[in-house]
Write a protein that binds this ligand. Structure first.
Ligand SMILES: Cc1cc2nc3c(=O)[nH]c(=O)nc-3n(C[C@H](O)[C@H](O)[C@H](O)COP(=O)(O)OP(=O)(O)OC[C@H]3O[C@@H](n4cnc5c(N)ncnc54)[C@H](O)[C@@H]3O)c2cc1C
Length: 455
């Protein structure tokens, strides 16, 4: 191997997905003199970050994640404002629908988690006129309400959301939520980084040596080059553990494949102004008796004929004037080795379609005849056991990590990048910083999981 010492940097970031790029963006802004290089085996934003559903929300089960996501959303809003909304930030909210009229558990939980957050109102609308409820008629994020609305009157639910199943008896409308173009967000930050002198090197990191500095062996199309860096940041997404192993560290991460499907909604089944909806109730998928028997006859598919978990999601894709719809269902929980081209399950499109049709009955028009234009895609949720990220020192000298962002790395990119930059530059850290370190697994009680299925 011909190694030439030809590049010297203060910080080398391994991985130019949304998290590596966001970290470079906040590093370059907070310390312009810092020499930063982003290294990626492929094009920037082309691996997991290209698979994101691009949804965001500040609704989380624990105050730590609420604070973290609120910060990230505030930073995204700042970029939206600075760029005349190049990042297509919208805010129609998240709609969590249930066939149960009993909202007490959700209400108590919201009060416990958000009660201390100033200005966060929890409004309950129990009458057919749903007085005071502001429907999500516009995608505009700047004038959208904050807080939470419960609708518990079926007439009101039908009036505001006529396409939902008439079985629905309550909806929770999370207002600081919507979607964003993760690709535009990443491109904007990358362009800003380049203008501030951040370098990009295409190549695969093959190994790391450490003498006085880190020496990174990077295989490029022109051969192997060697990059010298004072500090390194591991932002390698599903491959974060491989990078950690180069410096003798093992990260508590697993990779779990999740899939989505998008197709043109020629039947107009999903209104263009419908917020991102989640059917939170478990269900038995709507198979015919014949289909059910076939599924049960194969142990590999029998689970799809049994009770399935809730949290199917659906949203219009392509804006108010588009006609695509996107469906997802994060029911897989099996860890798998990371791969750049994961094996998708060909049964997934029909499974998620049938599941989603329970809340959106007009989707039944597509049973057995999804369009050839359909796009079926997926990627890994790289996650810890509590589904909180790993951001901070990695366990080797001058080595840092920003990984384990599971199904929320797009929405958390800005706060994660800002936090990683603060660790690297020795800047003041926010309150939640200590919660995202590895030592939490040594001494803390198991936490309520951070609801990865709800994305
Ligand atoms: C199906 C799906 C839906 C999702 N939906 C949402 C959503 O709605 N909202 C949301 O907020 N999040 C969502 N996510 C999560 C989000 O997409 C991820 O958390 C985020 O993209 C992770 O970014 P990353 O930069 O860590 O990883 P990646 O984008 O995978 O980037 C890692 C980079 O590291 C590079 N790399 C790895 N190893 C090496 C090496 N040895 N040498 C050089 N380069 C290397 C890779 O080439 C890659 O470009 C979703 C994820 C999936 C899979």
């Amino acid at each position: 191997m011909d190694l030439m010492m030809d590049h010297k940097f203060d910080i080398a970031i391994i991985g130019a997905g949304i998290l590596g790029i966001a970290s470079a963006y906040y590093l370059a802004r907070s310390k312009p003199s810092c020499r930063v290089i982003l290294i990626d085996a492929g094009d920037p934003l082309a691996l997991t970050s290209a698979q994101s559903g691009n949804n965001y929300r500040n609704w989380w089960p624990q105050p730590t994640m609420v604070g973290f996501m609120n910060r990230s959303i505030t930073l995204m809003e700042r970029i939206a404002r600075e760029t005349d909304n190049r990042i297509s930030l919208t805010r129609r909210g998240y709609l969590l629908a249930s066939r149960s009229a009993d909202i007490s558990a959700q209400h108590n939980h919201l009060t416990a988690v958000f009660g201390a957050t100033s200005g966060t109102e929890i409004r309950v609308h129990t009458t057919p006129d749903s007085a005071g409820y502001q429907p999500p008629v516009s995608p505009d994020w700047e004038n959208a309400p904050d807080g939470f609305d419960f609708l518990t009157d079926q007439q009101a639910i039908r009036r505001h959301f006529p396409s939902l199943s008439h079985e629905v008896r309550s909806v929770l409308h999370v207002r600081r939520a919507g979607d964003v173009s993760g690709q535009q967000l990443g491109q904007f930050m990358l362009e800003d980084c380049r203008a501030r002198g951040v370098r990009f090197q295409r190549g695969t990191l093959q190994g790391i040596d450490r003498g006085r500095h880190y020496d990174l062996a990077v295989e490029t199309s022109e051969g192997t080059i060697r990059i010298e860096a004072e500090r390194i940041l591991n932002a390698a997404g599903p491959f974060a553990n491989q990078i950690a192993s180069f410096v003798g560290v093992s990260l508590p991460l697993a990779n779990v494949l999740q899939q989505k499907v998008a197709f043109p909604d020629y039947a107009g089944a999903i209104p263009r102004d419908l917020p991102f909806t989640i059917d939170i109730d478990p269900q038995h998928i709507d198979w015919t008796e014949e289909e059910r028997a076939l599924l049960l006859s194969d142990p590999a598919s029998a689970r799809f004929a049994s009770q399935m978990p809730g949290a199917i999601h659906c949203r219009p894709e392509g804006g108010d004037h588009g006609n695509w719809v996107k469906l997802g269902w994060a029911y897989n929980s099996d860890a798998a080795p990371p791969s750049r081209s994961p094996n998708l399950d060909p049964r997934f499109p029909e499974i998620v379609l049938r599941g989603a049709a329970r809340l959106h009955p007009a989707l039944k028009a597509y049973y057995g005849k999804l369009s050839r234009q359909m796009v079926h895609y997926g990627g890994f949720y790289t996650k810890t056991s509590d589904n909180w990220p790993l951001i901070g020192p990695m366990g080797a000298p001058d080595a840092f990590m920003v990984c384990g962002l599971s199904g929320h790395g797009t929405m958390a990119a800005c706060a994660s990048g800002e936090l990683a930059a603060a660790w690297l530059n020795g800047c003041p850290l926010p309150d939640w910083a200590g919660n995202f370190l590895m030592d939490r697994f040594e001494h803390s009680e198991p936490r309520v999981l951070a609801d990865e299925g709800l994305l």
